[in-house]
Design a protein around this ligand. Sequence first.
Ligand SMILES: [Zn+2]
Ligand SMILES: [Zn+2]
Length: 283
Amino acid sequence: MEKLKERIQQIKKKRPGYGEILDFYQKVKEAQANVKASLKIDPIHLKKEWKELLSKEGFSLIQKEDFPLDIESSVKLFQTLCQIGREANPHMAEQARKIEEAIDKKGIDLKKILKKGLKEERIEQDADELGLDKKFFPFLIQSSTKPSIEAGMEKLRRELDPETWLKGYCPVCGSLPFLSLLKEEVGKRYLICSYCGYEWRIDRMFCPFCSNKEQGSLHYLFAEREEAYRIDLCEKCHQYIKTIDYRKLEKSDPVLEDLATLHFDILASQKGYKRPVPNPWIT
Ligand SMILES: [Zn+2]
Ligand SMILES: [Zn+2]
């Protein structure tokens, strides 16, 4: 946490415009870190045929909704995050107020929502039915279950070899990556899962969204004096992924680096490229 706070201060100095969102990020991370030590996560029993399907057919080990959740802890964290949202800015305060009101007056049972498993479409549908914001409510649900999901992913880590999967989707849960990283002197490339945070190796010339490998249709954009970041564009599917070059940046939280480089996303979007996994922090 101390390193994260230091890095946040550094970024804020350089780009004061990010101050508000980074303060919010720091508070959410602190709240998530506080529940980690006391999490109670059921073991995940992998069936033998699942592992066979993984190696033969390229299926992920589990599905998003299969992650065991610590429901009690998630509900408590949800309430803490609502409180943080209330203090963050007027828009979030309004959203948090609406959510709390819906829980009080309409008797929304968060536990029930969480017990049904986390399926994005379903959570969005729940939000819609309850007259809640279709971005902020799912964001809160996702952030309050994140510690459980990451703990589940950690349990499955030893089942996999991150160096040999080489596909555009996560071997643990099948979700798309939100970010790519370059590491070590030779610049090995890795993807990070947008859902469970698992990290796996990928070829340097490869679009994770359409599996394009043709050199001529894969380009990248970068900005002067920001050599640690770039946008990898694919001319085939017109989508992009942001890449952080950890050869040019001290080790830091990739989610934070993604959040602190929204100007790269704006640049890519102005040029007509889409980001398949939107940044969840822009609510
Ligand atoms: Zn995953
Ligand atoms: Zn592509």
